[in-house]
Design a protein around this ligand. Structure first.
Ligand code: GDD
Ligand code: MG
Length: 369
């Protein structure tokens, strides 16, 4: 079976992490996010995969190439302008025309049993089957009402509070019959969520409820949560094996000085130096080629590739993007995001979800909140 992964969105809610890096390439435990989607598909025997792209396509192509290194066969299609979720699939029609195919939102971390989803679809001879997952607040998602046999009774994208009568939402993975392609107008913006699915209600659209791990990584809070869940092994990924046993995953040679402390669960990238008197963890992912100086504390945080932390820096519940440099005693906390290659000098306090844009220079002691 073939699969289309939708990766054309701009990832605005994850800015500034997505200004230079498209959302699928934002690293998750030191690997591009969408690599997990490919590994997941591959583990269910799905190897022919089409990337439907728009925003910043080059980095994705350069990294994955033809897919051979991951044991998959990749095709790339780039839109001139955003065609919406269904328009994007129409645009790759020639690759999926024969038989059933899969469509996946490219920003979902899940260990959904794809085989069971496909079997459910075939048993019901459905025209389309949507994977469903329960969430606490459906307002940010597509609400799906189903009947006793799994038939979809209603599909409501981004419902308002008074419309909510179920906690089941569209989990962003679909099995579709090729006939569905005929419902999608070519060359114009059209969506599954507001176009195709509402029109297919009562006409062979089914829902498959799953209690597998599921997370949309599209906001900073969710992106941090995805790391915590990988570190705690709430979701099985290729990192699980590396964490096995002691929950310390070291991804190559590192320089861990005597007196440096790793508190599990942690992931440390290759070529990173952690100096005496620094503490990393619990719940931290450090990228490759970083320097964590003496007296630093990094917990519940993500520090991406090539970041330098000077002495006594403290990082808590925050994200520091690749190449950033942080001066002595600076505190980064409370959901702060420091963009790529930013230079934050000594004695700053970055808190309250502050977002520092890529390349910004912040002078010593100038931000304190
Ligand atoms: N190729 C292409 N072209 N891809 C697109 C386009 C487009 O015009 N628009 C969005 N995408 C991709 C995004 O990159 C993302 O991977 C996926 O389609 C979904 O878009 P989001 O912008 O992340 O949508 P959402 O999270 O608000 O809602 C969607 O996902 C929810 C589950 O996380 C909907 O499908 C909801 O119904 C669903 O519950
Ligand atoms: Mg999303």
């Amino acid at each position: 079976m073939k699969a289309v992964i939708l990766v054309g969105g701009k990832g605005t809610r994850l800015r500034p992490l997505t200004l230079a890096t498209p959302k699928p390439m934002v690293p998750l435990a030191n690997k591009p996010f969408v690599a997990y989607v490919l590994e997941h598909l591959k583990s269910h025997g799905i190897e022919d995969i089409v990337f439907s792209m728009g925003y910043l396509p080059e980095g994705i192509k350069a990294y994955f190439g033809d897919g051979a290194a991951m044991g998959v066969n990749l095709t790339y299609v780039v839109e001139d302008s955003p065609l919406g979720t269904a328009g994007a699939v129409k645009n790759v029609e020639k690759y999926v025309r024969d038989g059933d195919f899969l469509v996946l939102n490219g920003d979902i971390l899940t260990d959904l049993d794809v085989g069971a989803l496909v079997a459910w679809h075939r048993e019901r001879q459905a025209v389309g089957t949507i994977a469903l997952t329960p969430v606490d607040d459906p307002t940010a998602y597509g609400l799906v009402r189903i009947g006793g046999e799994g038939e979809v009774l209603g599909f409501l994208e981004k419902p308002s509070w008074d419309q909510i009568d179920t906690n089941l939402i569209n989990a962003g993975t679909y099995v579709l019959r090729s006939e569905v392609l005929e419902m999608i107008p070519a060359g114009v913006e059209y969506s599954f969520e507001r176009g195709v699915f509402p029109r297919l209600v009562g006409k062979g659209l089914h829902g498959y409820r799953s209690d597998a791990y599921w997370l949309d990584i599209g906001t900073p809070e969710k992106y941090l949560q995805a790391h915590y869940d990988i570190l705690e092994r709430n979701v099985e990924t290729s990192i699980s094996e590396c964490l096995d046993g002691d929950y310390v995953c070291v991804q190559g040679d590192i320089d861990l000085e005597i007196g440096a402390k790793l508190v599990p669960p942690v992931v440390i990238g290759a070529g990173t130096t952690i100096k005496a008197g620094a503490r990393v963890g619990r719940m931290a992912v450090i990228g490759p080629g970083c320097t964590i100086s003496s007296g630093c504390v990094v917990e519940e945080s993500i520090v991406q590739e090539g970041v330098e932390l000077a002495g006594d820096v403290r990082v808590r519940r925050s994200i520091i993007a690749g190449g950033a440099r942080i001066g002595e005693r600076t505190v980064i906390t409370g959901g702060a995001i420091v963009g790529n290659d930013a230079a934050i000098a000594a004695d700053n306090v970055l808190a309250n979800k502050i977002r520092i844009y890529p390349g910004t220079e912040v002078k010593a002691g100038s931000i304190r909140f």
